[in-house]
Design a protein around this ligand. Sequence first.
Ligand code: NI
Length: 226
Amino acid sequence: MLITIDEVLTPGEVKSVRDRLERSTWAGGEITAGLQAARAKNNRQLPEDAEHLPALRTLVLTALQRNALFFTAALPARILPPFFNCYEGDGQYYGDHVDGAMRALPEGGYLRADVSATLFLSEPEEYEGGVLTIEDTFGHREIKLRAGDMVVYPSSSVHQVTPVTRGRRLACFMFIQSMIRDAGKRRLLFDMDMALLQLRQSDGETAPLVRLTGVYHNLLRHWAEN
Ligand code: NI
């Protein structure tokens, strides 16, 4: 399942993030990639000791917490602290790769990446190329969103960022361990929750809707792992 979520960040938050990124020094992007991914990766990334990184991470994680659509789509158990990257117009790119399954957590241990997300921080007209292309059971998708919008997709998909040939593409990327490991089950729960929301809006809180909402939560109880 691939979904896009509009305005995860407000325009004011996008500006605040970008102001901090403008004042930061970038490092080579291979620092968070495994061996296979590092060979395909030619971009820059905010290093772990960057002065503004803690504030940037807090801002993005706070925005995710208030976003109901993100919650129901990803059903997050844990989120790795977000990363920030930059592709410049001299042809920087990130070739086809699959995101590594296990990611080291800052506090020790590992997070299993089930869901990946890219939050766009540059407007589409600010750069040429830099399209996120994602291949999965849903087919081939090409994603280039407005600043503040986010795409959520399975970490298991093969994806790439095409070369940026003009301008600068800033983005934030994230790895999420879902309470629902199986992508098919996650999809079922998402579809059901969206249908429940529509029914609630059109018909109000009817008795069958209360029962169906119970089924949703009971499925979640059966399947969720933390
Ligand atoms: Ni990736």
